[in-house]
Design a protein around this ligand. Structure first.
Ligand code: GDP
Ligand code: CA
Length: 318
């Protein structure tokens, strides 16, 4: 079975670990969000791709959910001693090596997709990890600070400002001119099932869908498209997804997120059992919906979620 998954960082990566366990023989292609990418200290950092790669490759800091295990911060300290920031972005020594290799390869002319494949040679994530695009796309967030509207890089909004002010708009800068990376449309076109993990619907899955051609290819694929809600009990399980949902006029409820994707894209939707009351609303919008436990507390619970998603896919296919 060929499965395509649109993934952000933590939510996507953890779900993928469960999916691999639930479907060990499946051929899984991950289309990763690159809208969070940022240049720091002259290096190209791809937080979501790395979170997927480290999580599936066994190098992730488990408690944190991002960055490397057993990390140290000597380089960051040395940079700070030179007065060189930003200090708000935590790049560890081990992690730095990934960004150095990536930047070196990009400088030598390799596209991001080829660089990602090379990095995965080491990590062996057990999935085919593709960036959504080789073109530069950067998610910017419009905020009002001291009565003035300004746009900040998504990482600045999320990590530095901790989403402490309302997001007025979320713009994937560069998306309109971008092309899907090699292999992306082919993977969608030959998939048996397409899954949206419980990733951020706006700045992870939404950004991937903003690359021209990807949304259309998914809608036209003619195979079941099933998503899992990142919103449980009217709030994100972790992070600040409610802030960016509000910016696009979507309530932070499991049903509202399903309706935001819409029945033109989504065939099935899983909500947590605490949101069982949302099932009817989602179904009357034309999306098959089930309430099952959606907390990724451990591998087994996550694998069960993946099995439920695949079962719902078969149900809509029938
Ligand atoms: P990011 O790029 O690291 O922010 O990660 P993603 O976009 O892939 O996932 C972020 C989303 O994962 C957040 O909106 C969380 O609500 C959601 N999430 C995290 N853990 C869980 C969980 O255990 N269950 C569910 N349903 N959602 C989760
Ligand atoms: Ca992210």
């Amino acid at each position: 079975m060929r499965i395509v998954v649109l993934a952000g960082g933590i939510g996507g990566a953890r779900f993928l670990r469960g999916l691999k366990s639930a479907a060990p023989d499946a051929d899984i292609t991950v289309i990763g969000n690159t809208g969070d990418d940022i240049h720091l200290f002259g290096l190209k950092v791809c937080p979501d791709l790395d979170t997927v790669m480290y999580t599936l490759g066994g190098g992730i800091n488990e408690e944190q959910g991002w960055g490397r295990a057993d990390e140290t911060f000597q380089v960051k300290g040395e940079l700070a001693a030179y007065g060189v920031g930003p200090e708000w972005f935590g790049l560890g020594d081990r992690d730095f090596a990934t960004h150095i290799v990536r930047t070196q390869m990009l400088g030598a002319g390799y596209p991001l997709s080829a660089v990602t494949e090379a990095l995965c040679e080491r990590w062996q994530p057990g999935v085919r990890l593709l960036p959504m695009s080789d073109d530069r796309i950067e998610t910017h967030v419009a905020v009002d600070v001291d009565g003035e509207r300004k746009a900040v890089h998504f990482q600045e909004y999320w990590v530095k400002m901790r989403a402490s002010v309302d997001a007025q708009a979320v713009v994937p800068v560069g998306a309109e001119q971008a092309k899907p990376a090699p292999g992306v449309l082919e993977a969608i076109g030959s998939a048996d099932v397409i899954l949206f993990p419980p990733s951020n619907p706006v700045v992870s899955v939404g950004t991937i869908l903003a690359v021209p051609g990807i949304r259309e290819a998914i809608a036209d694929a003619g195979v079941p498209v099933v998503g899992l809600s990142p919103i449980v009990g009217d709030a994100p399980v972790r992070g600040m997804a409610d802030k960016v949902l509000a910016a696009v006029g979507v309530e932070s409820t499991a049903a509202a997120v399903a309706l935001h994707y819409g029945s033109g894209l989504l065939d099935g939707w899983l909500v947590d059992t605490v949101d069982a009351g949302a099932v009817d609303e989602v179904e009357s919008a034309g999306v098959r919906c089930r309430a099952v436990p959606l907390m990724m507390t451990d591998l087994e619970a996550t694998a069960t979620m993946a099995r439920e998603a695949l079962a719902l896919a078969e149900e809509v296919r029938a």
